[in-house]
Design a protein around this ligand. Structure first.
Ligand code: NAD
Length: 381
């Protein structure tokens, strides 16, 4: 399954594309696990990139990884620190598990290296704030790895909202996920992942709608999380219930600046086929986005706009758009980051937006623990 998933993201780059190949960028990869496979495949497609270094905490893993992908001349290190200390790099991909997002990113930025950081931004809001402070001080590019941003249908959602067709947006219901589908990996342990479905797929679902409405600041959250499936041996098939120590389901009611209400739910496992379609209600029209699995980077079917015309209630189907060009979404994510590095920014998926995504995830976790609504307070960067 993993290979199928990866091939959806990574395709051959259009070699006709106008890329300034005169300056090769020296790139390092920190963490050579599953998602690093998509990064190396994309970097191999880029004519102006030389992957020169890789690090992994597990001895021999980075070496085996580069051998598998036929990349030669790479220097190997036991952690992000040695890699940053010993290399002159233009950029790094931080492909570590969530609990190791902040430290390598901060260390790279402090040493003047541009960073493409995998999603979710971090585990906690405090970590995200620390990363942003390092980013600000460094003046380097930090982009967060949300490849669905480059999908034509995802972009269409934003275009529809920004066109004013819906009028003023006042309510959003979003979420997604699956009836059964707990990953068997470092994703299920608190010590590595920190958050479960919330951070794995919830961050995509939040990004889809928050990006469309211009990333308003979250003000309060009343959150709920559970892990009835992950910790039960009744449903265990591929994953290890004894190791399971994160959420497998989350829901929240969030107030956003501008009077928008966000009703959010996300699932790795439940007794239901879907937690519902995404709907965006505006004063002039409403948009329905069929339920999506979230990780695969596109909408779950043709979208529909509901409005009244000349006193009649009408529905308009928005046909599914095909992505243009030969680049896959992952290649587009990598290319957008490299272009920003070459031009000195701006970041294609900036921390100034994703901090609000992270603040919501952090708020859901905290509110769920306290069992009541909390204010979201984002410290000064
Ligand atoms: N964009 C996507 O579609 C997508 C898909 C899957 C995973 N991800 C994200 O990618 C991240 C990694 O996921 P994964 O499935 O590849 O995890 P993984 O556990 O397979 O790989 C992570 C690797 O990082 C290494 N590592 C941890 N800390 C390190 C450090 N300080 N220095 C060097 N190496 C270190 C680990 O030893 C491990 O080999 C997660 O945050 C996940 O959310 C993104």
């Amino acid at each position: 399954m993993a290979d199928e998933v990866l091939s959806q993201f990574t395709q051959q780059v259009d070699t006709e594309a106008k890329v300034d190949t005169s300056k090769k960028l020296k790139v390092g990869i920190i963490g050579t696990g599953w998602i690093a496979e998509s990064h190396i495949q994309s970097y191999k497609n880029m004519p102006d990139v030389e992957v020169v270094a890789a690090a992994d905490l597990i001895p021999g893993k980075a070496e085996a990884f580069m051998k598998k992908f036929g990349v030669e001349g790479v220097r190997f290190y036991p952690s992000h620190k040695e890699l940053i200390d010993n290399e002159e790099l233009d950029a790094v991909s931080v492909c570590t598990y969530n609990r190791q997002h902040a430290a390598p990113t901060i260390y790279a930025l402090e040493h003047g290296v541009n960073v493409l950081l995998e999603k979710p931004f971090t585990v906690t809001l405090d970590e995200a704030v620390e990363v942003m402070r390092a980013e600000k001080k460094s003046g380097k590019v930090l982009s967060i790895g949300f490849q669905p941003r480059f999908d034509a249908n995802m972009q269409q959602i934003k275009k529809i909202v920004q066109s004013g067709a819906l009028g003023e947006v006042y309510y959003i219901q979003t979420g997604g996920g699956r009836r059964r589908g707990i990953p068997n990996s470092t994703f299920i342990e608190d010590k590595t992942a920190g958050v479960g479905a919330l951070g794995d797929i919830g961050c995509y679902s939040l990004d889809m709608v928050l990006n469309a409405v211009g990333y308003p600041k979250p003000l309060t959250v009343s959150g709920y999380t559970s892990n009835f499936f992950g910790t039960s041996t009744d449903y265990e098939s591929e994953y290890d219930a004894k190791r399971f120590s994160v959420d497998d389901f989350g829901a929240a009611f969030i107030r956003l600046e501008g009077g928008i209400i966000l009703d959010f739910r996300i699932s790795w496992a439940m007794h239901m086929d879907t937690p519902g379609d995404t709907i965006i209600l505006g004063k002039k029209a409403g948009l329905r986005i069929p339920s999506t699995d979230c990780w695969n980077g596109s909408v779950g079917g043709p979208m529909k706009i509901y409005t009244d015309i000349a006193g009649e209630q009408v529905e308009t189907v928005i046909p599914i758009l095909q992505n243009q060009g030969k680049m896959g979404l992952f290649d587009k994510k990598i290319r957008s980051f490299l272009d920003a590095v070459k031009t000195g920014g701006p970041s294609p998926v900036p921390s100034s937006q994703i901090i609000y995504n992270q603040a919501i995830i952090d708020g859901v976790v905290k509110s769920a623990k306290l069992g009541k609504e909390i204010d979201i307070v984002i410290p000064e960067i």
